[in-house]
Design a protein around this ligand. Sequence first.
Ligand SMILES: NC(=O)c1ccc[n+]([C@@H]2O[C@H](COP(=O)([O-])OP(=O)(O)OC[C@H]3O[C@@H](n4cnc5c(N)ncnc54)[C@H](O)[C@@H]3O)[C@@H](O)[C@H]2O)c1
Length: 245
Amino acid sequence: MSFAGKTALITGAARGIGFAIASRLAVQGAHVAIVDINGHGADAAAKRIGPDAMAVTADVTKPADVERAVQAPVERWGRLDIVVNNAGITGRTAPLWELTDEDWHRVIACDLTSVFLVSRAAVRVMLEARRGRIINIASIAGKEGNPTLVPYSTAKAGVIGFTKALAKELAMRGILVHAVAPAVIGTELLNQVSKETVDYMVAKIPMGRVGTPEEVAALVSWLASDECSFTTGAVHDLSGGRATY
Ligand SMILES: NC(=O)c1ccc[n+]([C@@H]2O[C@H](COP(=O)([O-])OP(=O)(O)OC[C@H]3O[C@@H](n4cnc5c(N)ncnc54)[C@H](O)[C@@H]3O)[C@@H](O)[C@H]2O)c1
């Protein structure tokens, strides 16, 4: 699979799963825009990937930042073929009755509203070209629900519903929309979650291990490619067997 001549934008790509996706797409020939709220991290990630990468400092919860971030690769490379909505946070690990309004709104903004903002801006570009791929990194939490992660599970379920609805709107317009639902993946995100909750989630994985960012990147690469041509609106699990539906 080659992405030569294509341009991809990946949110939250300064590290973790997003960085693995950006690296893989770049190795396969794509120009990649690394969008992250962590400007230093985004710059360092783009440097590691090389001249085919650009860094964009942006907060995906802010509409003006999102518009600027989506235009940046279009201005530099003249097109936008692939968007991966990957930026996300878990929020505080706590039962519902201990959460503040702020806990709720922060996670919904970062994990769900951002997907709306970035996709809307990207689709406006992609509709003109009548081609594109949008890949939303959801979570197994969105299918099953994880206790102590109610806002996160809700946001990720929202991402799944968003994916299904948008895919139908775009099915005849050359733009495919996918969701990916990983179980536990070994990244720094796990430092945001209590040990009890991580143990609970890992214990539910029949393969008995956590996944790697590279395993997520491999699936995303196929979903972003021309070889993926007759699937849209589906949720693709990467859960070591946790979800079999
Ligand atoms: N690691 C897991 O176990 C796991 C499992 C299922 C789903 N996911 C999802 O995968 C995605 C990536 O997770 P990860 O494990 O690589 O996390 P991570 O914490 O390692 O990386 C997340 C990146 O997103 C960036 N980011 C956070 N808020 C942002 C904002 N408002 N605007 C722009 N960038 C922002 C961070 O700076 C960071 O670089 C997330 O959506 C997460 O929910 C992760």
